[in-house]
Design a protein around this ligand. Structure first.
Ligand SMILES: Cc1cc2nc3c(=O)[nH]c(=O)nc-3n(C[C@H](O)[C@H](O)[C@H](O)COP(=O)(O)O)c2cc1C
Length: 228
């Protein structure tokens, strides 16, 4: 993996780096878990890549839409890999092996920490029942859940649940969704339809266009100081 670009120095007493105008693309980290809705990952990534998003520190709005596209990377669970082909994902894709292959000695980067630093926004789509339970209770036993456990909660995190209706209706789901909202994360609600398993009811992941529109909305509210 290429080293992450270093940020400009901070001026004493300021919360945002001053200095020469600095521009870089807004960075979206997509987490994907082992729901059948992960079939939509290629479409989701391609639509996210169409979002304009150049960050400009010289602008009072802090980031401005100047025609350049956002930057996207994906963190996948092992189960999620079953539902898409890496050849269909035109961005860097990380999974558990990368975390452990990257770290050999003290000076090496710890991938889950580098990724949480790198991202301006995280989108977990789909978020399955298993990883929902892990995130709600603090379990971090793979790359994705480590990024989520280490997440900088001053940055937006959006999640899109996707599960069978029976799982959705289990009382644990409501408890765990509430817990994620308490953490300050934004839910993009799932929808009712005939699921891939044939059941009809709540639990299907929101439509890709709905997800991308919500990401745009959250980006447009973003006034934070982008970290390099
Ligand atoms: C074909 C198939 C489809 C699945 N779809 C879902 C789903 O939509 N939602 C869900 O919560 N679990 C679903 N599962 C179960 C998860 O894959 C399983 O809980 C897995 O352990 C999740 O691992 P992960 O959270 O590490 O990705 C599905 C399993 C299979 C075999």
């Amino acid at each position: 993996m290429e080293p992450w670009p270093a940020g400009p120095p901070m001026e004493p007493g300021s919360s945002c780096p001053a200095a020469a105008p600095v521009e870089r693309q807004f960075r979206i980290l997509v987490g994907v878990t082992g729901s059948v809705a992960a079939l939509k990952l290629p479409l989701l990534v391609s639509k996210l890549l169409d979002i304009p998003g150049l960050l400009s520190r010289d602008d009072t709005r802090l980031w401005a839409v100047l025609g350049q596209r956002v930057e996207v990377a994906v963190v996948s669970t092992e189960r999620a890999k079953h539902f898409y082909s890496s050849q269909d994902i035109p961005v860097t894709l990380y999974s558990d092996a990368d975390e452990w292959e990257m770290w050999k000695r003290r000076s090496d980067p710890v991938l889950h920490i580098e990724l949480r630093r790198w991202a301006d926004l995280m989108l977990v789509a789909p978020l399955d029942a298993n990883t929902l339970g892990k995130v709600a209770s603090g379990i971090c036993d793979n790359l994705l859940t480590c990024v989520l456990r280490a997440w900088d909660r001053s940055k937006p995190l959006l999640f899109c649940l996707a599960m069978n209706t029976a799982m959705w209706e289990h009382p644990l789901t409501a408890q765990q969704r509430d817990q994620l909202r308490v953490f300050g994360y934004t839910e993009i609600p799932c929808v009712a339809k005939t699921l891939v398993c044939g059941d009809q009811g709540m639990g299907a992941m929101a439509e890709v266009d709905t997800i991308v529109d919500r990401v745009r909305e959250v980006m447009s509210q973003h006034r934070g100081c982008p970290k390099s």
